[in-house]
Ligand binder design. Structure first.
Ligand SMILES: Cc1cc2nc3c(=O)[nH]c(=O)nc-3n(C[C@H](O)[C@H](O)[C@H](O)COP(=O)(O)OP(=O)(O)OC[C@H]3O[C@@H](n4cnc5c(N)ncnc54)[C@H](O)[C@@H]3O)c2cc1C
Ligand code: FES
Ligand code: FES
Length: 1337
């Protein structure tokens, strides 16, 4: 690392005698066009260059750390020594623009457009409904495009590999894979079923028709620019230098030159893939004034095959390709290490990273959780280091890494090459991470053993671990203790006992998960032990080693991912429905094509205004403190800085809040969480604003108490008021009557929204009467308008908020987005210039809050049959530092309304405490408090079944609501379809046969177990909307409604509704945006009800309009909306019409337990089967069947998309996603590197989604039902299937009965719950005896 002072070492910019100071021209091509950049800036990434300099905004910024793939482009290079062109998918957010000399870049805009012709990869993702919000789509398109450029007929595994580095938060991935499956050699099968009106005949009628896809014609692809080809072929490599504002980039032409430069600038960083250095500079604020780019130096790219030697700049993709070829050609006794390296590479980052990241970069980074270093260390790899003084060869052993992220290289040395030995026969590598794909390790390991000839007596052994210390380490003590011992049970016992002593960790160790990590060291050794035993038994025939027991064999098997398959079932259009009537048809998302070509405009894609400025937030580093001073003096004079904005700059009111005014726009006296917004820096570029923001010095005085966790809040009785209680019947009597009573508790962690597009606002002052126009990525335009006006001190009529579309919202942009918009508006107002801010992913995760963590305590009274007769539940939610939506109908009340989930219980008492803590305010998230309330319910019903020894599905079915039953909040259930969903789900999933197969599997497998669960949901729907229809003289219609488009297809559904009402084709109807100037005072787009409400408003409005002669017809008999369930305020005007609507008769009173809480309920049932690895805690979703009642679907393609997307988001919530906070309230998980949402590989291998047929809902538009939120909870079926599998594992250790499993069921929790001989050797430290690295908030 270096700091700014090192710049003194730099040659002077104007020193013309210094060859490095003559700034070179950077020449590269983008979409076939030559770019000559005379002022290439080493700190600028390709992504920034594309978006800001070239205006190519199709490539998106999702994380800036290589973790989401939204920025994927294809880079093509001609490799003179290979003599061929190479095309690679690359993360443009990490690729320095200076690294692109003589490369050709292809972006999403370069391969097709809506106006011209879409490329098949664009068309197929759109037509197969694989694009919802569309923010991830260009990146996915480009990953697929790059794959096809290299391989026009890929296999499904190639596609899965290509997508390892891409994330999507909306679709649930299935439609993307299905759409792209059509490129593979396997014949595409129609696996979509519709059901005719009688409900019993399945007919193939797909959501789309692959026959409509244009064929892929590889000969039509853009060619590598001929001019570039001749440049590369004719010019010999030359030295290049690019001098930027703070950094000098040098690209030496030869090894000698590189060594010279390293001697001259010993602190210079070599940069190859920039996947490590880029992260350090962006997120750790490190500055490397001199960068040496050795990518083209032949010696660093050479591969020798006699001894397998790789030049240090060889990419991991090249490494993998060479190893695969070697493994295929070498005898097996030479391939042990090679196969192990390949296995590590399989789960190493995503393909975009592996395409650029170098083998040398991984070694020299010296990360303690490097995946390759433990393998290289256990294999005894040899490294050639080189300096001007000459080469030296060292073995990678425990001396190579003298400390955290340090190696023995001297400053003048570089790593030249790595020799991987062929010789080790018994070798294995293991990596355990929270998510399989693209994730960093928790523990990683390389293990080798050799035996005395013809025996099972250990001759040599090396056990190497990552994740167990500050460096990769060798378990030397254990390994030497095993020398001379026979490979058998005694050796295993000794090894484990020794490892438990040697591989210890302090209970406060960074990274946490201490008990799990320790247990993993033993468990992974055990896997190695069994693997070697299996081989030995097969190879050494004289009986020196016993066979591995048949039921233990699965512990030695390498994870194999089966290609996902799926079925969708939905209802066909009724006979007689006109062809032009699109309601109920699987119409493609209207923007899908534009999203696939990169032409769809998101907030930050709006072209820069001429005098526009950029804003970066200043946030608190303390959880609870008084602000003593804010010193902006250093920031004020930094390059590009225009001003700092603090509380005193707010012209109107600094008080804000979406439901209660209990927050400030900018903290003035105190801060109440880490990430509390204190101010902002405004500068000419985002980079300048960011640098200056980190130079602002805030001094604090710590305040007490600091309340971080729910337990802290309980201790301090820190709750928001009022505390709600919901009660029905007499629980005391119920418990007395019950045969049994049990008590339990469960904690459920929060969840980050992880919308792919972070919060963004562009504020444009209009120059007169205090007018301001804001372009915002928000679900709540009206709320944003009101709060901005309040802060600016102007009436709401001066502020217009416009929302074109969002790159996902999920509730996260319902209320928390308003603060950023207000800060940006205040800055724009102060400077009278347009100001823009799109939060970086880490800022967004830090400041915006997420789903509320919940802690539930319960007491259940039940009969021998399993019938529950009494229930007492207490909920605590971690609401954070402001009320936001924590208390109202949104979160805690909704948890209480869903505390019985789908079960009829006579005597119920529930109370909810929203805890006031020093965390950023938590907020709405798909399902609000519903999933939390229902998870607690499923936990106690599971306990009841387990305690009685009854099948869980039997107890659930017994308690299920029936028609006419009453909820605890006195709502009579009508048109209930729970039983139909349940029965269909059981039948479709073949539950009985599946249960028998799972039990059979578990009898035959000790170390892998399967689990099965079926879980229902009942989700209450309530909310307000409005719409406006303009009919123009040419007969075209402009439709505007109060809802915002965030990928859910709301605009598409609204066009379908208007089309039916107006009886005109959808092509005549257009929606431009949602704007407060067209439809005022709307509700946020949330709570699933948007299509009901906006649809009804559109319907009301459009039906009045049909009489208009401009549409070329008269409908005198169509009158005001006749639906008595809808309260309509419409008013007739000749050419445009507006309608407002709200759900009728809603309102519930907790005091009297009277009133209607919901308009209706959406029901669903899911059955899931999983397999867990008891030794590592990994789990695989084998199967899911979902049956969902969405009434008469307005659009089955969009509804199935919502069901699948919601379900996979739920899989993240219940099994994967974990926010980690320090005891001081500092959020560690601030990006996709540490916070894992489900990836392509996390979807069920076998997924069936069925929309219940013949279940019209009289209470919503065209008999449909709300669908956005209800399916999310169905992922609890995966959680309880995991619990079922753990139950089977525990039974092997003699454990039975209910046990606590908190959510999410991560590998750590699964492993810890599967208690066995290994976990017993690594007991947890006693609580209270240490300060943990992370706390359960
Ligand atoms: C999204 C993402 C996922 C990742 N996943 C994983 C993972 O699964 N497992 C894992 O182990 N790592 C992972 N990494 C870390 C990183 O990708 C690897 O360490 C990678 O191999 C670094 O290579 P690079 O070429 O990009 O390094 P760079 O960033 O270019 O350089 C890294 C360091 O190595 C030095 N260096 C490079 N070459 C030489 C040389 N020849 N001589 C001397 N010094 C040299 C540089 O000066 C620098 O200090 C991930 C990173 C990202 C961004
Ligand atoms: S923005 Fe580049 S990977 Fe996320
Ligand atoms: S469609 Fe993939 S993130 Fe929205």
């Amino acid at each position: 690392m270096a700091n700014l002072t090192e710049k003194i070492l730099l040659p002077h910019r104007d020193d013309l005698n210094d060859p490095y100071m003559i700034g070179d021209e950077l020449v590269f091509f983008v979409n076939g066009k030559k770019i000559t950049e005379r002022q290439a800036e080493p700190e600028v990434t390709l992504l920034t260059y594309l978006r800001r300099k070239l205006g190519l905004t199709g490539t998106k910024l999702g994380c800036a750390e290589g973790g989401c793939g939204a920025c994927t482009v294809m880079i093509s290079k001609y490799h003179p020594h290979l003599g061929r062109l190479v095309h690679h998918s690359v993360n443009s957010c990490l690729a320095p623009v200076c690294s692109l000399h003589h490369c050709a870049v292809t972006t999403v805009e370069g391969i097709g457009s809506v106006a011209g012709k879409l490329h098949p990869v664009q068309e197929r993702i759109a037509m197969s409904h694989g694009s919802q919000c569309g923010f991830c789509t260009p990146g996915i398109v480009m990953s697929m495009y790059a794959l096809l450029r290299n391989n026009p007929t890929p296999r499904m595994v190639d596609i899965e590999e290509a997508f390892q580095g891409n994330l999507c938060r909306c679709t649930g991935y299935r439609p993307i894979l299905e759409g792209y499956k059509t490129f593979t050699t396997c014949r595409f099968q129609v696996n979509v079923l519709t059901v005719c009106c009688q409900g019993n005949i399945l007919l193939p009628a797909p959501l789309y028709n692959p026959a409509d896809f244009q064929p892929l014609d590889p000969t039509q692809e853009i060619i590598f620019p001929p001019e570039l080809m001749s440049l590369v072929k004719t010019q010999s490599p030359t030295r290049l230098s690019f001098m930027g504002e703070r950094v000098l980039w040098l690209q030496p032409a030869s090894l000698d030159e590189l060594l010279d430069l390293k001697a001259r600038y010993p602190n210079a960083k070599l940069v190859v893939g920039n996947t490590e250095v880029g992260i350090e500079m962006k997120f750790k604020n490190l500055l490397y004034p001199v960068i040496l780019a050795p990518s083209y130096i032949p010696e660093l790219n050479t591969i020798e095959h006699t001894d397998l030697v790789f030049g240090a700049s060889c990419s991991l993709t090249v490494l993998g390709d060479v190893l695969k070829t070697a493994v295929a050609s070498l005898p097996t006794h030479q391939t042990g290490v090679l196969i192990a390296v390949l296995e590590q590479l399989r789960w190493f980052a995503g393909l975009q990273i592996r395409n650029v990241a170098a083998i040398g970069g991984n070694i020299i980074t010296a990360s303690p959780i490097s995946d390759l270093n433990p393998v290289f260390m256990a294999a005894g790899c040899k490294l050639t280091l080189m300096s001007k003084a000459g080469p030296r060869v060292v073995v990678m052993d425990e001396n190579f890494f003298p400390g955290y992220r340090r190696t023995i290289l001297t400053p003048e040395e570089i790593l030249l090459s790595v020799l991987i030995p062929y010789t080790v026969k018994y070798f294995a590598a293991y990596k355990q991470s929270p998510r399989r794909e693209d994730d960093i390790s928790i523990v990683t390991s390389g293990m080798s053993v050799t035996f005395a000839e013809g025996t099972a007596v250990v001759k040599e052994m090396a056990l190497s671990y990552g994740g167990m210390a500050a460096t990769t380490v060798l378990a030397k003590y254990t390994a030497s203790g095993l020398l001379g011992k026979q490979w058998g049970e005694e050796l295993l016992q000794d090894a484990c006992a020794s490892l438990a002593k040697e591989m210890t960790l302090h209970p406060s160790a960074p990274g946490g998960m201490v008990t799990y990590r320790r247990a993993l060291t033993l468990s992974l050794f055990y896997k190695f032990y069994l693997t070697v035993q299996r081989k030995l038994a097969a190879e050494v025939k004289n009986g020196v080693c016993v066979e591995v027991r048949a039921d233990y064999v699965s512990a030695t098997e390498i994870y194999h991912q089966n290609t996902a398959s799926s079925v969708q079932i939905f209802q066909v259009i009724p006979e007689g429905q006109k062809e032009e009537d699109v309601v109920g048809r699987p119409m493609m998302h209207l923007s899908a094509m534009k999203q696939a070509t990169g032409e769809a405009i998101y907030c930050d894609d709006i072209p820069l205004y001429e005098n526009e400025l950029h804003l970066c937030l200043i946030t608190s580093t303390k959880a609870h403190a008084r602000i003593l001073s804010i010193d902006t003096s250093e920031a004020d004079v930094m390059p590009g800085v225009v001003t700092c904005v603090l509380a005193k700059d707010i012209p109107g009111s600094n008080v804000t809040g979406p439901a209660f005014y209990d927050e400030t726009v900018l903290a003035d006296h105190t801060v109440t969480c880490v990430g509390h917004i204190i101010g902002a820096v405004v500068a000419d570029t985002q980079a300048h604003a960011k640098r200056a923001a980190s130079a602002v010095k805030v001094s604090y005085e710590d305040l007490q108490p600091v309340i971080i966790t729910i337990q802290d809040a309980i201790t301090h009785q820190s709750f928001y008021q009022p505390i709600r209680t919901l009660q029905r019947g007499d629980t005391k009597q119920g418990f007395t009557q019950a045969d049994h009573v049990l008590e339990g508790e469960i904690y459920m962690g929060g969840q980050e929204h992880f919308y792919l597009e972070t919060n963004a606002t562009v504020a444009v002052p209009k120059g007169e009467d205090g007018e301001m126009e804001l372009f915002v990525s928000t679900q709540a335009p009206a709320k944003t308008q009101a709060l901005v006006a309040k802060a600016l001190g102007v009436p709401a009529n001066r502020v217009v908020v416009r929302v074109k579309r969002m790159g996902g919202g999920f509730g996260g942009k319902e209320s928390r987005s308003t603060i950023l918009s207000t800060v940006v508006a205040v800055a724009a107002h102060k400077l009278k210039r347009p100001v823009r801010c799109m939060l970086d992913r880490d800022e967004d995760m830090l400041v915006t809050g997420g789903r509320h963590p919940f802690y539930g305590q319960y007491k259940v009274g039940y009969m021998k049959s399993g019938k529950v007769v009494a229930l007492k539940v207490t909920f605590y939610s971690n609401a954070g530092n402001s009320m936001d939506l924590s208390f109202s109908v949104s979160i805690m009340e909704r948890a209480l309304f869903h505390m019985e989930n789908s079960y009829n219980i006579a005597n119920v008492w529930g109370r909810g405490y929203p805890c006031k803590t020093n965390l950023p305010s938590n907020t709405a998230f798909r399902g609000f408090g519903g999933p939390q309330g229902m998870l607690v319910a499923e936990s106690w019903i599971n306990d009841v079944a387990q305690s009685l020894g009854l099948p869980t599905e039997q107890v659930r079915r017994l308690n299920l609501y029936k028609q006419g039953d009453t909820t605890p909040y006195s709502q009579i259930l009508e048109h209930i379809t729970l039983d139909r969903c349940w029965d269909e789900c059981l039948e479709t999933a073949h539950y009985k046969q599946r249960r028998a197969a799972v039990d059979q599997y578990n009898r035959n497998h000790r170390w892998t177990k399967r689990g099965l669960a079926i879980v229902p949901t009942k989700f209450g729907i309530s909310f307000t909307a409005a719409a406006l229809v303009h009919i123009y003289t040419d007969g075209s219609v402009l439709l505007t409604h109060g809802g915002t488009e965030m990928g859910q297809g709301l605009h598409t559904k609204m066009v379908q509704v208007a089309s039916r009402c107006l009886d005109i084709p959808t092509s005549k109807i257009h929606i431009t945006e949602t704007s407060t100037s067209t439809v005022p005072n709307t509700s946020p787009t949330a709570a699933s009800a948007s299509s009901d409400l906006n649809g009804a408003a559109v319907q009301c409005n459009a039906m009045h309009s049909v009489a208009n002669p401009l549409l070329g017809r008269q409908h005198p008999d169509i009158i005001l909306n006749p639906d008595p369930n809808l309260t309509l305020v419409a008013h007739l005007m000749p050419l445009f019409r507006r309608a407002f609507l709200r759900t009728p008769d809603l309102g519930y009173d907790f005091e009297t337990n009277a009133g209607r809480a919901f308009n209706y309920f959406t029901y669903g049932v899911a059955c899931s089967e999983v397999e867990i690895d008891c030794l590592t805690g990994s789990n695989t979703n084998l199967h899911t069947t979902i049956v969902m009642d969405v009434g008469n679907s307005l659009n089955p393609a969009l509804d199935i998309g919502q069901v699948e997307g919601g379900f996979i988001q739920g899989v993240g919530l219940f099994t994967l996603e974990e926010l980690k906070y320090s005891p001081q309230g500092y959020l560690f998980t601030r990006g996709p590197g540490m916070y894992k949402i489900p990836a392509f590989g996390d979807i069920p291998t076998d997924l069936t989604v069925s929309l219940l047929r013949d279940a019209p809902n009289q209470k919503a538009i065209f008999s449909s039902k709300a669908v956005g939120e209800p399916p999310l909870f169905l992922a609890a079926s995966v959680f309880f299937a995991i619990k079922d599998a753990i139950t089977a594992a525990r039974a092997e250790s003699g454990l039975s009965g209910p046990f606590r499993l908190d959510s999410p069921a991560t590998p750590e929790r699964i492993r810890n719950a599967c208690e066995d001989r290994f976990t017993k050797m690594c007991p947890p430290a006693l609580p209270g005896t240490f300060t943990p690295w992370a706390v359960t908030v």
